[in-house]
Design a protein around this ligand. Sequence first.
Ligand code: BJW
Ligand code: ZN
Length: 260
Amino acid sequence: MDQARKLVGTARRILILTGAGVSAESGVPTFRGSDGLWRKHRPEQLATPQAFQSDPRLVWEWYGWRRELVGACRPNAAHAAIASLTLANEDARLVTQNVDGLHELALEEAAAQGPSPGMSIDRAAPIRLHGSLFRTRCTGCNDRTSDRHPVDAQSENSLPKCRKCAALLRPDVVWFGEALDPDILRNSMQAAERADVCLVVGTSALVHPAASLPLLTKQSGGVVVEVNTEPTPLTEIAALSIRGQAGQILPDLLGVEPGR
Ligand code: BJW
Ligand code: ZN
């Protein structure tokens, strides 16, 4: 831990890549853990464009349930520590695979807790690789909207429809087999290449291209530090891999007291 603190503390440019594990202590289920979402639902049934095409009601039912569950969750100490760091350090970047909005909430809370010099909530905002649970995209006109309404998934007729063109809306998330937004991917890859340290928190590192970002840091001469309760495919290439819960480790590792 001392070594990791030193690596992270002396990094000029740091990229933090997060996955579902960073939100586990907030009560958000992970995907692949023992209580993970994929244990009860097969991804090919729910997180693919084909699934949505063949049974939009089932897919919306699942997303409606997750929206409700996540909507009641609060950021934890790991989100707070990351928010403090990215607000205070203009060379820190956060890239998240998460669609739960908890990094954004933590950032708003940290920013509200006091003006600190050079604080910019926009610059510190996470780059979201896989979209958001609380946004919809129109399958007709592609219009994107923030949307926190409860979903009525009783029948296909009751599913959310576009206000502009009346076509079916879908969750604005990236499903398997879909391309990530090219600008978002390019920015993330640049941040990974420029980083001295890529701190990878709470991801199983199985889903690409997200899982390739730490490799870019390493190939460009930087180091990878991992925080996870379990080993992952990245453990082998990490300079340091810390076993434990993100909410316990990150405030200490990042040297930032949440709320300051
Ligand atoms: C804790 C903790 C605590 C728990 N503290 N830790 C290269 C190689 C092989 C395959 C591919 C490849 N490139 C592309 C692919 C195909 C595919 C893929 O990666 N498949 C693999 C599974 C084999 N990728 C894609 O399809 C992507 N698209 C793409 O590449 O398109 C190319 C293309 C180009 C041009 C045209 C068309 C296509 C898209 C991937 C989209 C992923 N979407 C999902 C769903 C999002 C919406 C939703 O939420 O419903 O994203 S899947 C799901 O997995 C979600 C997550 O963001 C993502 C990653 O999961 P994550 O975050 O790692 O969670 P877990 O549960 O897996 O892990 C949690 C970890 O936390 C565990 O390790 C725990 O131990 C740990 N932990 N408690 C610290 N307290
Ligand atoms: Zn529309």
